[in-house]
Write a protein that binds this ligand. Sequence first.
Ligand SMILES: [Zn+2]
Length: 189
Amino acid sequence: MCPSRRAFAASLASFAAVIACAPDGATAAAPTGPEPTPGVSLPQDPATVTPIAKTDAEWAALLPAGTYRVLREAGTERAFSGRYWNNHDKGAYVCSGCGLRLFASEDKFESGTGWPSYTRPAQADRVKINRDVTYGMVREEVVCARCAGHLGHVFDDGPAPTGQRFCINSASLVFVTVPTPTGGALPPG
Ligand SMILES: [Zn+2]
C-alpha cells in the first residue's frame, strides 16, 4: 500500500528533520546544497556501464562534504534545500560522483516533495535498485550503476508514462546543459 504523496512528503520531511543535525551543506536552509563535484561537468554515456571502485578515503578527497554525506553515506538532504528540486532548465543530470548520465530534464516532474523527481532514468542500465529497510520503512533505494553512489529512492506513485517516482537528492546530481550537434546548448524552456 502506498501512502499519498502528501503524507509521504510529510513523513520524509520528518525523517529529514531527524537527520538534519548532520553538520554538512546538504541541510543548509538556502536552496543551494553542496557545490557540484569538481571535474564533473560533462555527461558520460559509455556503451556499457563498468563499475568504478574507490576507497572511502578516495571518495572523501574527491567529493564536497555534503555530497559525500549523501552519495557515500546514504544521507538525505532536507526537502526544498537542494540545488535542483526547482530547476526547470533543459539538460542532463549526471552522477555527482562519476559523471554518468542518470536522468533527463524531459523526465523531471513537479512532485511537491522538495526533491528532484523523475519518472524514469535516462536509460534503464544507469541505476540499480536495492531494498532499503532503514527508518522502519521498506523502500527501494536507487544507486548509480557505475559508482554505487546513493541517489535516493523510487516509489510507485509517480505520473505517466511509468507510474514511478524517482525521488533523488540534488547532492547526488550535477546538472549540465547538453550540447547540440552544432556545439550550442539546448535552448531554455
Ligand atoms: Zn556514479
